[in-house]
Design a protein. Structure first.
Ligand SMILES: Cc1cc2nc3c(=O)[nH]c(=O)nc-3n(C[C@H](O)[C@H](O)[C@H](O)COP(=O)(O)O)c2cc1C
Length: 270
């Protein structure tokens, strides 16, 4: 190529590169009281290359579990948004926002509501992730979606605090599913049937350590796919001896591994 043409091509490339918009980035934003959700947020950030932002309360909750329960309970019942230090943030550069929180009272911690109400997610894709003692992905997601009705939720991920050791592999599998367009629907389950002795034995194994939920399995639906068996047990539960309510308990079993409790969800009353 002649020198003058080369110079022209270089100038053209420079002009185009200056006009090109920067590649959109992803953001992981989370609240965590005792560190589980923070650990999960770090995994999401590492595995997606996203920036990381922690939601911080102006007045932190007490260090003790009981103190936090006492303070957060009335806030959640009354829909209070607890003041936070980092309210509105510049989301312009971000395409996907991964929003993480611990499940509190089957719902979302008030500082997360403060963050959601201070920012406009309507043009963003949002992925929700949470950690919990026994469950609440669906109920907390329902509560949160009321605060961001225009937003497209791409997926929901949840893991029990006691299973954090499996989080790296589970986050990787979840992200792969998102890329492949997997949805979190509940198709493919058999019709519910009454539980039999073999179901009860498997249920007992998977729910060891969840005695405080006082679960009594009534019906079960089963789905088998790609070496994984999922069972949804409809149960009666009287959490810490409270009034009985109907819950769904999702129990997973991969290959020959021991079955484990994935989540407990309170059935919505119509
Ligand atoms: C105030 C409060 C309420 C909670 N409510 C629930 C709940 O409704 N369901 C549940 O499974 N776990 C519940 N938990 C347990 C937390 O969700 C769980 O320990 C979580 O992993 C904590 O995350 P963090 O370490 O990021 O704060 C609650 C914990 C607290 C402090």
């Amino acid at each position: 190529m002649k020198p003058r043409l080369t110079l022209f091509a270089a100038l053209l490339a420079l002009v185009f590169s200056c006009n090109r918009k920067p590649e959109p980035k992803d953001l992981v934003v989370y609240f965590s009281q005792t560190g589980n959700t923070e650990q999960l947020a770090q995994l999401f950030a590492e595995q997606t290359g996203a920036d990381l932002l922690r939601i911080e309360c102006e007045q932190p909750y007490p260090d003790s579990y009981e103190g936090t329960i006492e303070m957060a309970g009335p806030e959640i019942r009354e829909g209070v948004c607890r003041p936070i230090k980092n309210g509105p943030v510049d989301l312009e550069a971000y395409r996907t926002v991964y929003l993480g929180y611990p499940v509190w009272f089957g719902s979302v911690p008030p500082p997360v509501l403060s963050f959601v109400s201070a920012n406009d997610f309507s043009s963003k894709e949002v992925v929700l992730f949470c950690t919990y003692g026994s469950g609440g992905v669906k109920s907390s997601s329902r509560a949160l979606e009321k605060w961001m009705p225009e937003t497209r939720i791409l997926g929901r991920f949840g893991i029990a605090a006691r299973r954090m050791a499996y989080a790296p592999a589970e986050v990787a599998a979840f992200l792969l599913g998102l890329t492949n367009g997997a949805s979190d629907d509940e198709d493919g389950y058999s019709e519910p049937r009454e539980v039999v002795d073999s179901d009860l034995e498997l249920f007992r194994q998977a729910t060891a350590g969840y005695d405080y939920l006082n679960l009594r399995p009534l019906m079960v639906s089963v789905r088998e796919s790609e070496g994984e068996c999922s069972r949804i047990f409809v149960c009666e539960s009287s959490h810490h001896g409270g009034a009985p309510r109907k819950v769904e308990v999702l129990i997973l079993q991969k290959g020959e591994d021991a079955p484990y409790l994935q989540s407990v969800e309170t059935l919505q009353e119509n």
